[in-house]
Design a protein around this ligand. Structure first.
Ligand code: DAH
Length: 356
């Protein structure tokens, strides 16, 4: 093309028709969705409709009328597509609105409650922690030494019969001496063997005994063991510690008493009773008309136990105690059947909310 001699561009009717045709196809295929994006692309001030309308100036004068008609029709076509898209998106918004109000709070997931045994265990632990006791744990599958022998219960000791043991394999037949721990006193031994003194620990945990399941007995239950070993620990320290525990757990009006008892691992040994919470010591069916209920066993750690665990029994003394968490829980909440704790009936469990 020679400069200055460019011929004016003439848009023929065929060209115009072809372009309109192409755009119509594009518009027809435009997906449902963003009406505003469509408006900007086709109908906006820099849109394709405006652009093709601009071709009018390039149309030969004799074609102007027909071209104007074609372009107007095309504009109406694009506008009706825009209206259609707008209506669709409004409908979609309304539909959403009738199905769900997005501003409403969601469905709440019902929260479970803590098991009463956990609630009471946590409370007991926190009381002793305030006295400086640390939590210690040990295995539920134990060996004979930690569960019995080290605790002054050598083989054939009659007191082993006090606790019907689940053995994992029979030592008589040449197996190992594994068993399910029958009490948390085994954790005492493990802590003493570590040799770090003084010791001031509590050991909460599950224990197992081969008992027939009834309202008052179960083949597994929970205990909490306490142990304090240092120089000059006396029975008075034991009494004061347990007295503090009872007052914090059951209230300041509850009385305590100690009865002499026997445990192979303590000497002297005692059982501790509290005045009955139901009848305030008057006598009722819960306390079997005595006014007292037993809650734990305790005593001064037997020198044999200290020696067995490598602690100098001439230098150190200590006290120990062990309580059943189920028992404390039953007294606290007046629950009469031990089986309720392991049946997992939600109607029972959901009654216990919050801390004790
Ligand atoms: N281990 C005993 C039992 O399971 C409870 C017990 C009694 C623990 C006296 C002690 C204790 O630490 O001194 O029946």
């Amino acid at each position: 093309m020679i400069r200055g001699l460019e011929l004016p561009y003439i848009c023929s009717m065929e060209q115009l028709l072809a372009r309109i045709d192409g755009l119509k196809k594009e518009i027809t295929a435009y997906p449902d969705g963003d009406a505003e994006a469509f408006r900007i692309m086709y109908l906006g001030s820099k849109g394709l409709v405006k652009e093709i309308m601009g071709e009018m100036k390039n149309v030969a004068p004799e074609n102007k009328k027909a071209a104007g008609q074609l372009l107007n029709e095309f504009k109406v076509f694009a506008e009706s597509k825009y209206d259609e898209l707008k209506q669709l998106s409004q409908k979609r918004q309304q539909d959403n609105g009738s199905e769900a109000d997005l501003t409403l709070p969601g469905d709440s997931v019902p929260l479970g409650t803590r098991h009463p045994i956990s609630l009471v265990r946590n409370k007991v632990v926190s009381i002793f922690q305030r006295l400086g006791f640390a939590v210690a744990e040990g295995p539920e599958i134990e060996d004979d030494w930690h569960n019995f022998t080290a605790l002054n219960l050598p083989e054939n000791h009659p007191a082993r019969d006090m606790q019907d043991t689940f053995y994992i394999s029979n030592p008589v037949k040449g197996g190992t001496d594994w068993l399910l721990r029958t009490h948390t006193s085994s954790v005492q031994v493990r802590e003493m063997e570590k040799g770090k003194l003084p010791i001031r620990i509590i050991c909460p945990g599950r224990v197992y005994r081969n008992e027939t399941i009834s309202a008052r007995a179960h083949c597994f239950f929970h205990q909490l063991e306490g142990l304090y070993i240092a120089e000059n620990v006396s029975f008075a320290d034991l009494k004061q510690t347990l007295y503090f525990f009872v007052q914090e757990m059951f209230g300041s009006t509850v009385k305590i008493r100690f009865r002499p008892s026997y445990f192979p691992f303590t000497e002297p040994s005692a059982e501790m009773d509290i005045s009955c919470l139901i009848c305030n010591g008057e006598g009722c069916s819960v306390c079997k008309r005595t006014g007292w209920v037993e809650i734990l066993g305790c005593g001064m750690v037997h020198p044999h136990v200290l020696d067995n665990c490598g602690i100098d029994s001439n230098k150190y003394t200590g006290f120990a105690f062990g309580m059943g968490i189920e028992r404390i829980t039953m007294l606290k909440y007046q629950i009469k059947d031990l089986r309720l704790f392991s049946e997992n009936d939600v109607r029972f469990l959901k009654q216990f909310t919050g801390a004790v």
